[in-house]
Design a protein around this ligand. Structure first.
Ligand code: AMP
Ligand code: MG
Length: 300
């Protein structure tokens, strides 16, 4: 398939899952088992399309790197076992590692807790020409911390700034921060991999039963599952408050990993191709210098 057609297809596939104006967003309208235009029999076709998409993504990333002006930040958030790691691994598999930086954010260290909540993430923002991937992010500070408000105690905030309005304040700060990034040439795209509670249970059981997957399971994951409703409320509030045209959330159905991956790849293709980048063209003087260099090499 030619490049333009592939880009059109990627846009058509991913855009139904984009939330560009959070105000009217309702999480229950997104079905985690949705597979868009693909039926189960289409799986091989979808895999082929993903392979093609990954190739195109690699090419687009190469122009991003050569152009060296824009950067792209991809943020991944999800419940446990929704497939964040797999999506990151597959979608970025064709991309030159030199042009890509992944940062994973875990329970904050004491050094991190000694700063404002954006601090640890700012240190990992992508350089110009690069794609930065956040596996979890500052959004944890309006998700896990909102579900477990006792975690706020550890953040050493002065009483005067930790009143009831703290979540709205954080949403606003995040909106402004992402606008600031956009104003400085960083394209931000955010992905919520939306898995159902039943599918999570199935994947946890696999992790418990399959020795090769045991390492992925931690007892704490079950404890978090018990707060499912609170998490879904926190995700919905977060998306409503922080999905904007410049910094959209993609709410990606995640009960079928093959579909999750193709939607994520398509959304990244949409973002990169919207920059309309081409390899830098050389000036007359640079061309003359290239000819002179060739002449010098041939004369050796
Ligand atoms: P994993 O990504 O599965 O290795 O788990 C990382 C854990 O760190 C998750 O349970 C997150 O909820 C937790 N985490 C990440 N950021 C924060 C934060 N700011 N405060 C508290 N817990 C966090
Ligand atoms: Mg985990």
């Amino acid at each position: 398939m030619n490049k333009e057609k592939l880009i059109d297809k990627a846009c058509a596939l991913s855009r139904p899952y984009a939330v560009t104006d959070g105000a009217s967003f309702k999480l229950k309208k997104v079905d985690p088992s949705d597979t868009g235009p693909f039926s189960d029999e289409d799986k091989p076709k979808a895999r082929e399309a993903l392979a093609e998409g990954i190739e195109l993504l690699a090419e687009l990333q190469d122009t991003l790197y050569a152009h060296d002006r824009w950067s792209v930040l991809l943020i991944f958030q999800a419940m446990d076992a929704a497939g964040k790691d797999g999506a990151i691994k597959h979608v970025m598999s064709g991309v030159n590692p030199q042009g890509c930086q992944v940062a994973s954010f875990k329970v904050p260290s004491s050094e991190e807790l000694d700063h404002d909540f954006l601090w640890r993430c700012q240190r990992h923002l992508p350089e110009r020409g690069r794609i930065g991937i956040f596996n979890r992010s500052y959004y944890e500070d309006v998700l896990v911390v909102k579900v477990h408000p006792e975690l706020l105690d550890k953040q050493k905030l002065p009483d005067a700034v930790r009143g009831k309005g703290i979540w709205d304040t954080r949403y606003k700060d995040i909106r402004h921060f992402e606008q600031y990034l956009a104003n400085n040439g960083t394209i931000v795209r955010k992905f919520f991999l939306h898995v159902s509670r039943d599918e999570q249970k199935k994947r946890f059981l696999e992790r418990i039963e399959d020795p090769a997957k045991n390492w992925k399971f931690s007892a704490g994951d079950i404890a978090e599952r018990a707060h499912w409703k609170s998490y879904m409320d926190a995700y919905e509030d977060m998306i409503q408050a922080t999905a904007t045209k410049t910094s959209p959330w993609y709410v990606v159905p995640a009960d079928n990993k093959w579909f999750t991956r193709i939607v994520v790849a398509a959304a990244v293709i949409d973002a990169l191709s919207s920059l309309k980048l081409a390899y830098p063209t050389v000036t007359r003087a640079q061309k003359d210098a290239l000819h002179a260099a060739r002449a010098a090499l041939e004369a050796e």
